[in-house]
Design a protein. Sequence first.
Length: 284
Amino acid sequence: MAVDIGKLKKFVELALEEDVREGDHTSLSTIDAEAEGEAQLLVKEDGVLAGVAVGVDIMHIIDPRLVVQTVLKDGDTVKVGAIALYVKGSIHSILKAERLVLNVMQRMSGIATRTATYAALLAGSKTKVLDTRKTTPLLRFLEKEAVRIGGGENHRFGLYDMILIKDNHVDYAGGIEAALTKAQAYRQQHNLAIPIEIEVRNLAELQEVLAQEKVDRVMLDNFTPAQVAEAVALIDGRLVTEASGGITLETIAAYAQTGVDFVSVGALTHSVKSLDLSLKAKII
């Protein structure tokens, strides 16, 4: 799944307005406008690389004449000292693109690295790790792509592509039966081909959901692994199952042993550490 180029162009335009505005006065004052050069993107920390394709697109959006040679690709496991890519062309364009490309690739690589760590703990099981909407505003399309590169799967992108009935919706709607009935009617009325998922807080609420048969998947929120195992047995394949709430590197394997289809982990994106990368001039 490639990043939407139209969305990326809008992002780059806003980023340059924030960063460059009327001009990069440092480059304009110190480097001849016609000068050309070459730079290399260096890996300064071990991890999983992500954002290479996006970084190349950003450079070409900023200056289509830049020549980029990629050495590594998205999803590659990298070590300190590796070179991800070379870029050649206008020095002014290279310097204008530098910080934006690095910020994006560092963030995406940090997310991919963390996702890969979670995904590795699920190896051999049917369980997949999902992201959430706990993303940086306006960067969700890049952060979710990084999760995919790291071996995870994407949950809903936003509020528009799934009906996800959470605890507040249940309470405001007047209970599980009322919430599901209204959601099903709404989906039919608007002819929406989107799934309905509902969050449950305990096994009693799960029993209510199973009695309705108006839902596609169920989120088991803050269940222990033992409770998830019991819930999965009760569901018996009738619904897609998802465990959520405080699942960590220390506990994710125990959840996978329950047979649950997915575990969603907000920590893939909401507090990740960026991977250290650097763009350095290559002096010949």
